[in-house]
Design a protein around this ligand. Sequence first.
Ligand code: ZN
Length: 139
Amino acid sequence: MDVQDDLSTYQGRLKTFTESWPFSKGKLTRQEMAKAGFFYLKGDCVQCYYCEKELDCWEEEDDAFVEHKNHAAYCPFVKMFSEPPNSVTVHQAIELEKDKLLLSLDRSFEKWLKDIKEVNEQGISKFSKEIKKIRKLRL
Ligand SMILES: [Zn+2]
């Protein structure tokens, strides 16, 4: 991926905002969105590069960074900065990538646990049906 297209950078995120982005004032300009960690999807829908949260239904008076914090307080990006950063140091960028990866691993673990639980429940249900069948045979 080209450095310019890297969504971990402000410039990379800014480039994703096309003419279709409906806001050009206040705290919802393309620049403010990119600065708040978002890249553009479609309509008025954006996604955070770090926590993958998608947000839409913006209102004129909204503040991109504040909304990001309100809807995804767990996001490494909004946890690291108290306000939209003008620049990110190499050290901060590495920390953010590490936290992004940990967040993604956590999601995978949760999903795997859920899958295992489902499979177990299906197994238990099948097993108890078999037991019932066997018990009926005895009668
Ligand atoms: Zn985020």
